[in-house]
Design a protein around this ligand. Structure first.
Ligand code: ADP
Ligand code: MG
Ligand code: MG
Length: 249
């Protein structure tokens, strides 16, 4: 589904990703772990098409299509969803309104008709009920004054509404208490499906006890330097990244 081949990315002319290759088949959940500054967020940003991340070499395809040729909104329309480490706060914009706009942007890029107000409310109510989210929360300004756990619930709600094909979680677990961690893990696990792939970027093995990945990759010095099963996450937790950083240097 997602295929990254020898990807080189520079930020402000500084090479950050240096020959990263990764294959993520449909239906699989892969974890990427690595030391701070290894390029994990750079990878998630370049996949979503954020400005300032210059691809100097390599290729990325999603379902066989050149992902790097697409505009960020087109990527979202193809079903790419990035969950942030620090969720956006949007004062004055109710969560519901934000989400309806996102959904309609997705539909427009797919050449589908806009979601009607009634249809949207119905879908939102059903989804909120399924996820045990208080519908009143969706009327508040997006993430403003939300607790850590509420922001995570909101994110899971967004995912469930937008039904992404490729989900990227970039250190979405950092700073979360155990309850918020469970919210994320339960939400993500509920979204597992044979048509959907997930990239879980994390600094800690903790989250991977709840979201059990099919594969774990180590990202050090801008490329994948080792891959293995879930046991690799435990090894990293025990022994740290030094071995891999030295090997990559
Ligand atoms: P990670 O997410 O693994 O901690 P990042 O992808 O955030 O790593 O950062 C990788 C490297 O790129 C770091 O050295 C960081 O300082 C640099 N970097 C990332 N974004 C920018 C930016 N916008 N401007 C300058 N340097 C950046
Ligand atoms: Mg970092
Ligand atoms: Mg990061």
């Amino acid at each position: 589904m997602l295929s990254i081949n020898n990807l080189h990315v520079s930020v402000e002319d500084k090479p950050i990703l240096k020959g990263l290759s990764l294959d993520l088949p449909a239906g699989e959940v892969h974890a990427i772990m690595g030391p701070n500054g290894a390029g994990k967020s750079t990878l998630s940003y370049v996949l979503t098409g954020r400005e300032g991340y210059e691809v100097t070499n390599g290729a990325v395809s999603l379902d066989g299509e050149d992902l790097l040729e697409l505009e960020p909104n087109e990527r979202a329309a193809k079903g790419l969803f990035l969950s942030f480490q620090y969720p956006l706060e949007i004062p004055g914009v109710p969560a519901m309104h934000f989400l309806r706009t996102a959904m309609n942007a997705q539909r427009k890029a797919r050449g589908e008709p806009e979601v009607g107000a009634g249809e949207f409310i119905k879908l939102a109510r059903e989804t909120a009920a399924k996820l045990k989210i208080d519908f009143e929360m969706l009327k508040r300004a997006l993430n403003v004054g939300f607790s850590g756990g509420e922001k995570k619930r909101m994110e899971i709600f967004q995912m469930a509404m937008l039904q992404p094909r490729l989900l990227i979680l970039d250190e979405t677990d950092s700073g979360l208490d155990i309850d918020a961690l469970r919210i994320v893990a339960d939400g993500v696990n509920a979204m597992r499906s044979p048509e959907r792939s997930m990239l879980v970027i994390t600094h800690y093995q903790r989250l991977l006890d709840y979201i059990r990945p099919d594969k774990v990759h180590v990202l050090a010095a801008g490329r994948i330097v080792a891959s293995g099963g879930p046991e690799l996450a435990h090894e990293l937790e025990r022994e740290g990244y030094e071995k891999y950083e030295r090997a990559a240097a």
